[in-house]
Ligand binder design. Structure first.
Ligand code: ADP
Ligand code: MG
Length: 238
């Protein structure tokens, strides 16, 4: 079954059409990597899925529910941003607990979820620190922790590794892949880096100028590219 699917999804900013009628299926429990050049509409697509932007045409489903008009807070989706978007005045623990407190969850349950996620991400030693006392990699983990505690149906990642150095990027990449297997969850991971896409994905979605070019396993896309754009983009070094 699909966690998310879209039919003829169109998104415009004024007279600029950014997403040109996308038909997309994100199957349950897969790590789907959406890859394409800068400006092709990847962030816009994630924001539309998360409910942070309205769509102009088409339909969007989460599971069997059409969610076109369902606000972000009521979609069972958590988004991890490139700039982490942590609250600077709160500790790591408070950052992770905040959304759960807003939901009115019991304290004991919040504590349990925060500590479990912190253990999974190896950030327990930093729970009482504030974000500015953390390294980039640690902040990235806190941002992931904040999504994990919500136990969402789908995680959306918008270029979450682009602020990390190359060595750390490789490490966190592997950690996200492991997390997706441990949590048995659905993840949509956006990157403009084809190597990142090839190494992480169960399934790759290649996009160009707001149009999906190909969907397939990394092997399919590499060995049987649908067109010259895919061949050049996936085949070329980053
Ligand atoms: P990507 O994430 O693939 O780099 P984006 O989704 O950010 O691409 O942008 C796709 C296109 O939409 C670009 O041409 C960008 O300039 C435009 N765009 C993005 N956000 C807005 C906005 N809020 N208002 C107007 N145009 C936007
Ligand atoms: Mg983007």
């Amino acid at each position: 079954m699909a966690s998310i699917h879209t039919r003829g999804l169109v998104k415009k900013y004024g007279s600029l059409t950014v997403l040109h009628g996308l038909d997309l299926e994100i199957p349950d429990h897969e790590l789907v990597v959406l890859v394409g050049p800068s400006g092709c509409g990847k962030s816009t697509l994630l924001r539309v899925l998360a409910g942070l932007e309205a769509i102009d045409e088409g339909d969007l489903f989460i599971g069997e529910d059409r969610v076109n008009d369902i606000p972000a807070a009521k979609r069972d989706i958590a988004m991890v941003f490139q700039d982490y978007a942590l609250y600077p005045h709160m500790t790591v623990r408070q950052n992770m607990a905040f959304a759960l407190e807003m939901r009115g969850m019991a304290r004991g349950e919040i504590k349990e979820r925060v500590e479990k996620a912190a253990a999974l991400l190896a950030i327990e030693p930093y729970l009482d620190r504030r974000p500015k006392a953390l390294s980039g990699g640690q902040r990235q983990r806190v941002a992931m922790g904040r999504a994990i505690v919500r136990n969402p149906r789908v995680f959306l990642f918008d270029e979450p590794l682009s602020n990390l150095d190359a060595r750390l990027r490789t490490q966190v990449r592997a950690e996200i892949k492991t997390l997706s297997q441990q949590l048995r969850t659905t993840m949509v991971f956006v990157t403009h880096d084809q190597v990142e896409a090839m190494t992480m994905a169960d399934r790759i979605v290649v996009m160009k100028s707001g149009v999906i070019q190909q969907v397939g396993s990394p092997e399919d896309v590499y060995e049987t590219p649908a067109n010259l754009f895919v061949a050049g983009f996936i085949g070329s070094p980053s």
